[in-house]
Design a binder for this molecule. Structure first.
Ligand code: SF4
Length: 360
């Protein structure tokens, strides 16, 4: 039997995704000093978003895939800024009884009217928050956003809605990792995620340093063991890849950008830069439907296969990761940056530490 390519090369392979993303807008109401994105101002229209989802569901049915999608993710910029499109998609999901987990990836600076509407729509919230004070997560006017985001967290917890709080670490705030567990326990938060900054975008401009990998993993393990005793789940992007691969046996996302371009990598949330253009595999248009560049998809698959053989040789966790931890670099022929190397190093150390402790 012919082996399935790991990166989709046909429309049906692409549509068979566990993870459908809508980048609702590139606008943001924060100016985080470690943000990896370039803030633009493009936004996805209601019509494009809803008709795209309708088209994906119809195409999936036509090739006898279930209309059930593991997760539909709302991303930005700050996705709640584009409230009309966000609500239009949620209403479409409900009206058409699409089985999925709708996830909102937000900075937590959300007005009450949209917040309570999203809670009523049973949205899963992922909020970025680095503790009670942060000099990195600042508003457009330079104010610390933490107190305002904390209010949002309290409102979500008080309504018993699904919530994951994501902390981002750099060399200067690793000490907050253990106290994040106390914070979660004191405020009724059951799910945390701990990740490290990427040395790209704003972090590079602001000369922020990543945490040392050994130090990161040391803090992570202590926090993990403390969290386990308190019934708090703590995860990390590095650990989610093996979980996802095991669970779905599919790895890719399908992402609609604000201008209708399609991609499988969330590294770029706008198609405007030259590097982002390498990642675009097609576009969606309400008149023409989904149009894919099959030559580009085949090229991306070939590049991925060749680069991961070249750059992952000898990696001790290859059978778990299969080259996906540096998916963007492996698939789009980018140089392996220091950030990519550190991601792999942290993942190897984390998995080794988990295995040594016989943790799942
Ligand atoms: S951790 Fe990095 S080097 Fe190892 S298999 Fe994954 S992508 Fe390749």
């Amino acid at each position: 039997m012919k082996e399935q390519p790991l990166i989709p090369i046909t429309q049906s392979q692409l549509l068979d995704t566990p993870s459908l993303w809508f980048v609702l807008t590139n606008k943001c109401n924060l100016r985080c000093r470690y943000c990896y994105e370039d803030t633009g101002d493009a936004s996805l229209t209601e019509e494009t978003a809803v008709r795209f989802l309708d088209c994906v569901i119809a195409e999936r049915k036509s090739i006898e895939l279930s209309s059930e999608i593991l997760e539909i993710i709302f991303f930005g910029g700050e996705p709640t800024i584009n409230k009309p499109t966000l609500i239009a998609i949620l209403e479409f999901i409900r009206r058409n009884q699409i089985v999925c987990v709708p996830r909102l990836v937000t900075n937590g600076l959300i007005s009450d009217d949209i917040l309570y509407r999203l809670i009523d729509e049973d949205v899963y919230f992922q909020i970025s928050y680095d503790g009670p004070a942060s000099s990195q997560r600042v508003t457009v006017s330079g104010e610390d956003s933490s107190p305002m985001v904390f209010e949002t967290i309290k409102k979500i917890v008080s309504r018993d809605a699904h919530l994951l709080v994501r902390f981002t670490f750099h060399s200067g705030n690793l000490g907050n990792m253990l106290s994040a567990i106390d914070f979660a326990e004191n405020h009724g938060i059951r799910n945390l995620a701990f990740n490290a900054i990427a040395i790209e975008g704003q972090a590079l401009k602001n000369h922020l340093q990543p945490p040392g990998s050994d130090e990161f993993v040391d803090h992570f393990m202590k926090a993990y063991e403390k969290a386990q005793k308190k019934g708090i789940r703590i995860s990390n992007v590095a650990l989610s890849f093996p979980e996802r691969i095991k669970y779905t046996n599919r790895h890719h996302c399908l992402i609609l950008l604000p201008d209708g371009q399609l991609t499988t990598s969330i590294k770029y949330t706008s198609s405007s830069s030259e590097q982002a253009k390498n990642t675009i595999i097609g576009n969606y248009d309400v008149k023409q439907g989904i149009q894919l560049d099959f030559d580009k998809m085949r090229q991306i698959n070939t590049t991925f296969q060749a680069n991961r053989l070249r750059t992952c040789a000898g990696c001790e966790i290859y059978s778990k990761c299969m080259g996906f931890e540096r998916f963007t670099a492996n698939a789009f022929n980018e140089d392996i940056t220091l950030s990519e190397q550190l991601r792999c190093e942290r993942m190897r150390l984390l998995i080794r530490a988990m295995q040594n402790k016989r943790l799942p």
